[in-house]
Write a protein of this length. Structure first.
Length: 330
């Protein structure tokens, strides 16, 4: 494996440009480990409200270990342990859990929690909050639930024309953490044209990992005939990587859950394949794609490095308590 500068040099032979960073971000790593630790500490089953992260392989692996994934809190038997996914939940979900005497473990990514706190703070100050994000995404549902009477969802630049607010001098924008940076800023620019007094959040809402993975894809995009993004179709940040690759100049780009979904025809006329993975993808799936490509002559792997990542998050505090004992005493 040969390291390369940020902008890969052209090569005559077949090669793979491998993005770095890729795969698990700190929030996903924390959430997956939290489920595994809960199963070790409390035993199966551990119920998880929604997919802990948006990746089929991860969900199936955890199901085999004893996790049970449900869509609604009402599906969890009373007196059980339930974990909230990395995407976060609205306050009403905590209330539903308390009403069913459920012990809860909150695996919400700390960067999503930051956006929730911003929403609460601006709502208390009576701002109208324009939440840039995808309607129906779990993260957007959770954030909106913090202050539904103050929040309007803006699903991309084309939504801006229909946005209405109470007071144009008191509005702020926040965003889902897994969006395309470029599209989000285009949406913000249009909002500022319409509402010149629009306030920005104190720090970026789009998470560092999402941004870093998009930067790496931009660096490889123009040099790649084909970009393969490993990730599930319900993973927002993975879908965005396909869009970023095409926007950066890749001839074609495809999203796959693993090597078994790659089509041989995609390699016709291809000498350079760009490869990356979404923030909820374990590297074993990328290794599978590398092996598949190697069998077809793509043995030269060059690293396209966009950033170093050293951020880690501590596990949910509930994993330092005996929740089953607390349930028994309640």
């Amino acid at each position: 494996m040969t390291a390369t500068p940020d902008q890969p040099a052209p090569s005559a032979g077949k090669r793979v440009l491998l993005a770095s960073p890729r795969g698990y971000c700190a929030g996903v790593d924390r959430a997956v480990i939290a489920v595994e630790k809960a199963l070790e500490q409390y035993g199966a089953p551990i119920y998880v409200r929604h997919e802990i992260v948006h990746n089929k392989y991860v969900v199936k692996t955890l199901e085999k270990k004893g996790a049970i994934f449900v869509e609604e809190t009402a599906e969890v038997p009373e007196g059980s342990i339930v974990m909230f996914s990395a995407h976060g939940v609205a306050p009403v979900v905590h209330e539903e859990a308390a009403a069913r005497n459920l012990a809860t473990i909150d695996a919400t990514c700390p960067l999503v929690t930051k956006v929730h706190r911003e929403a609460v703070r601006y709502a208390k100050e009576d701002y109208d909050i324009l939440l840039i994000g995808h309607e129906g995404h779990e993260e957007v549902i959770g954030t909106s639930g913090e202050a539904p009477e103050h929040i309007t969802i803006v699903d991309g630049p084309d939504d801006v024309a229909d946005v209405e607010v109470r007071d144009e001098s008191k509005i702020v924008w926040l965003s889902q953490t897994t969006l395309s940076v470029d599209e989000t800023m285009e949406t913000v620019d249009r909002l500022k044209e319409k509402f010149p007094a629009l306030v920005s959040p104190p720090s970026d809402d789009i998470c560092y990992a999402t941004q870093n993975r998009q930067i790496a894809v931009k660096q490889m995009g123009a040099a790649a005939d084909l970009v393969i993004v490993v990730g599930s179709k319900n993973s927002s940040n993975s879908v965005r990587l396909v869009e970023v690759a095409l926007g950066a100049g890749a001839r074609t780009a495809h999203l796959v859950d693993g090597a078994e979904e790659i089509e041989e025809a995609w390699l016709d006329g291809v000498t350079t394949v760009g490869l990356t993975s979404g923030a909820s993808v374990p590297d074993v799936l990328v290794e599978g794609v590398l092996a598949w490509l190697s069998e077809r002559g793509f043995e030269d792997v060059e690293i396209v490095k966009a950033a170093e990542e050293s951020i880690t998050f501590s596990l949910p505090k509930e994993l330092r308590r005996d929740l089953r004992a607390e349930l028994g005493a309640s």
